[in-house]
Design a binder for this molecule. Structure first.
Ligand SMILES: [Zn+2]
Length: 645
């Protein structure tokens, strides 16, 4: 999965890291103990094939009508609605959008009840003589994003099969066979990695039968405005970009943008050395209505981003999205932490190695985006500077180590905003993961005298799987051994220190070893400016320690920043700066003048019905992060980001 819109999460941060001496986690042989094995399931095929028919034509009411025919035998039966969806890293199956369940056999309705200990489970008794169960229900797609992810609009929709089926409990998802069909609004196009058996003129698509695990891994994107681009036409493993959009003109891709996506495929080939899939379909939704998404699959990925993505009218910071999901085909789908692998969707997944699964994917997304030309070298460094500044100011690192952040999705799956997000920390295993793996890359380059790098780990460990078969599972010991094969070193201790440590110091050693340092100036950072203009806020996190929406509402305050020390909290209204009504221009002027101005800034804030004037003794000027070359050091960063030949 991709972290939610990069423009928000790229830029989470806090000011001031001064604090107690770093504590060190208790030592262990490896960064995390080996996980318990998942539930046992019988090594037998489920008898028969489940017929699944989804009608997605009710786009006005935004609902999917589901009908299933499930072979059964008489006796007690438990049906599961999928709960732990791969790539979600939390129990996010939208059971709250499930409605209208009717179970019947031969036209006779059968009573059901919910398992009191598991709300995702439906219990029934199959009467004697019944061998086929008819199941009907609806999946109600949110009509607005305050209800959840909007997946169906009047112009386009996504079909995530895990939302649209029940399956018999206790069986291996690789051993339950499904035969799916999908009815789409007439005239709509669609993209998917599924193999089509038949398409009729009235919009019915019948797909080839396949295992439940592959069905759940093969969504469909459909739309009134649809276009399919060839990224690599090689028939042995073709790669396509399938796009649905709010309007037809959004499909008129700029040639250089398409070329960069083709280069992404080439650069991934050169990095990993093979493809773990027989064919690959990027599914891309360009929409203001459809909720943003990034979700990985082995042979496809779900990507929802800005409408102007292909026409060059979108923030460049989101250009890491498709590289991220593509990199997951290797890191996550064909090679996966053993603790994250489960035999079905209703047993908890363990997130302990997400700093590899997501952290290294985020690292490769940034690298591949640059090598492919989706970022210029300058943009790439600005993105890295923004990430580095975030973690230079991450006060929450003192109490919460990187390892603990992997549980954020479970803690936070309803996406409620955090009052103090830099202190609480969020999905830091993504972005701190970039700094972690940059650190490892630069260390490999240093130790090997420039002969080896994390490229060799990617090729040996992530690309080593021939693919098209079983998921290869690993634990942290395997990661350590694979790094050791690239370059002998105490990688267990090295990773433990970085993953389990509580240092107040930012994890910027890899940046320095790559020949660059983080500096601040009055010149805006391009990645942050991109996010500001898209999000309609002004970012003063590295000066005063806050972000302010255009209307003056404070959307973030960094822990132990000047703003925090002055008593400012999120959701206060910033009414005036030095006696004048707040706007970003006045604030910029006041901050720029603060260096030579001996008086404190005066901020008038409103919280509820109470007004207060706060004195903020800040004299640091405007501060925006950038990278600067460390004179005389080898430029390993430029080597890392250069396209592979
Ligand atoms: Zn991801």
């Amino acid at each position: 999965m991709s972290k939610l819109p990069a423009v928000f999460l790229l830029l989470l941060a806090s000011l001031s890291c001064a604090g107690p001496t770093p504590a060190r986690a208790a030592t262990a042989a490896t960064p995390e103990a080996a996980p318990a094995p998942p539930d046992e399931v019988p090594a037998q095929d489920y008898p028969g094939t489940v017929q699944l028919s989804v009608d997605a034509t009710d786009i006005a009411r935004r609902l999917y009508q589901v009908r299933q025919r499930l072979p059964v035998k008489a006796g007690p039966l438990k049906l599961w609605y999928p709960q732990w969806i791969p790539g979600n890293h939390a129990a996010t199956g939208p059971i709250n959008q499930f409605a209208g369940l009717v179970l019947s056999a031969a036209g006779r309705r059968l009573p059901w009840r919910r398992d009191p200990l598991d709300v995702y489970a439906f219990l029934l008794d199959v009467p004697d003589g019944v061998s086929m169960l008819d199941i009907e229900f609806q999946s109600l797609s949110p009509t607005a994003d305050d209800q959840g992810r909007v997946a169906m609009t009047t112009e386009l929709l996504s079909v995530q099969w895990s939302r649209l089926l029940l399956y018999p409990a206790g069986h291996d998802a690789r051993r339950i066979r499904f035969e799916p069909s999908l009815r789409l609004p007439q005239g709509w196009g669609h993209g998917t990695a599924l193999r089509t058996r038949e398409t009729t003129e009235d919009g019915l698509v019948r797909f080839e039968p396949l295992a439940l695990v592959d069905l759940v891994d093969s969504p469909v994107y459909a739309g009134r405005h649809f276009k399919r681009f060839v990224l690599d036409g090689n028939p042995r493993s073709p790669v396509h970009l399938n796009v649905v959009a709010d309007a037809p003109e959004l499909l008129e891709a700029k040639p250089e943008i398409l070329e960069a996506h083709r280069a992404l495929v080439v650069q991934a080939d050169r990095l990993y050395g093979n493809r773990p899939f027989a064919h690959y379909d990027f599914l891309l939704a360009l929409s203001d209505q459809f909720s943003g998404i990034g979700l990985e699959h082995l042979q496809s990925s779900e990507n929802g981003t800005f409408p102007g993505y292909l026409t060059g009218k979108a923030p460049f910071t989101d250009n890491y999205l498709l590289p991220h999901e593509y990199a997951h085909s290797w890191n996550g789908k064909s090679v996966r932490p053993a603790s994250l692998w489960t035999p079905h969707y209703n047993t908890p997944m363990q997130n302990d190695l997400l700093w590899v699964y997501e952290g290294q994917t985020e690292f490769w997304a940034w690298v591949l985006a640059t090598r492919a030309g989706l970022y210029t070298a300058e943009q790439s460094r600005e993105v890295l500077a923004a990430t580095a500044a975030t973690f230079e100011h991450r006060a929450g690192r003192r109490w919460r180590n990187l390892q603990d952040t992997v549980y954020q999705g479970i803690i936070d799956f309803n996406d409620a905003p955090a009052a103090w997000q830099d202190w609480q920390r969020g999905y830091d295993f993504y972005d701190e993961g970039v700094l972690l793996w940059l650190d490892v890359d630069s260390r490999l380059r240093e130790l090997s005298g420039g002969r080896r790098s994390l490229d060799a780990f990617a090729r040996g460990f992530l690309g080593g799987q021939a693919g098209k078969g079983e998921v290869r599972r690993y634990d942290v010991g395997d990661v350590v051994q694979a790094l050791d094969r690239v370059q002998a070193h105490d990688w267990a201790g090295y990773l433990r220190e970085r993953v389990e440590g509580h240092g107040a110091q930012a994890p910027l050693q890899g940046l320095a070893r790559s020949g660059w340092r983080l500096v601040y100036s009055e010149v805006p950072n391009a990645a942050i400016a991109d996010a500001e203009s898209d999000g309609g806020f002004a970012d003063y996190r590295y000066s005063l320690g806050l972000k302010v929406a255009a209307d003056g509402k404070i959307s973030e305050v960094l822990w132990e920043s000047p703003a925090h020390a002055a008593g400012i909290a999120r959701d206060m209204q910033l009414v005036a700066v030095d006696g004048m009504a707040y706007n970003a221009e006045r604030m910029n002027r006041a901050l720029a003048a603060s260096r030579s101005h001996p008086a404190p800034l005066q901020l008038l804030v409103r919280q509820g019905d109470a007004y207060r004037t706060l004195q903020v003794p800040y004299h640091g000027g405007l501060r925006h992060p950038h990278l600067e070359r460390l004179p005389g050091s080898p430029d390993r960063l430029t080597q890392l980001l250069a396209p592979m030949k």
